[in-house]
Design a protein around this ligand. Sequence first.
Ligand code: COA
Length: 220
Amino acid sequence: MFLFEPVYRPQPPVLAGDSIYLRPPLLADYRAWSTLREMSRAFLEPWEPLWGDNALSRGSFRGRISRVVREWNGDLGYSFHIFATGRDNLPRDTLLGGVNLNNVRRLSAQSCNLGYWMGEPYAGLGLMRAALELLLPFAFATPDDDRPGLGLHRIDAACIPGNDRSRRLLRRCGFHEIGLAPSYLKINGTWRDHICHQLLAEDFARFGTPENSSVTRWHG
Ligand SMILES: CC(C)(COP(=O)(O)OP(=O)(O)OC[C@H]1O[C@@H](n2cnc3c(N)ncnc32)[C@H](O)[C@@H]1OP(=O)(O)O)[C@@H](O)C(=O)NCCC(=O)NCCS
């Protein structure tokens, strides 16, 4: 049992669409998160950094949440969990996966690295695409009083050449391939080449924000 939920500052948004909504991870997500990650283990492990022995423990989740909150509050990274809205035959508030804007760099870069995972039962349903359609407008929007946004200029994303789903997802969302980076990330214990992609704010502008989406302040 966790006693205290973390405090995200400034207050993060809830990014909501038709089928899914995104909000930052909470300690209370642990049971759903560990159950989904465990049942998706064989599906996720080939594409992720090595899962340690304690990858799914409560302690490691607590450490992860501490890091996520530090990053949010320090403008260093923005993590979200993805949940069902209750339409599309998925019970409301079912945890589906996660999506992260990591390594935010300000000053002359204004960029970050995109990461994502989907629970195996929910993969291939178009839900990560829906998640990116909510996240990208938030990442690129210039913040004002009514609408939160990160004001980023570039989002980098990389995937292993054989990861067809991930490549297709990025292409669908407007990312351009910029080249092969040898031994770019250590994935499942091995340094792997990656295809680097990027999406620039000016290229994204023409996609716009999906209909029926909303951004509200989170009062979690
Ligand atoms: C990659 C991942 C996050 C994509 O999420 P998803 O919810 O499955 O993606 P979507 O359903 O939104 O589909 C994205 C695209 O992949 C396509 N796709 C779905 N299943 C596919 C498959 N088995 N092979 C190739 N393409 C596939 C979809 O058709 C869609 O393309 P389209 O819009 O042109 O039709 C998810 O599959 C996943 O977690 N995979 C394992 C871990 C992983 O690869 N992490 C990312 C490392 S870079």
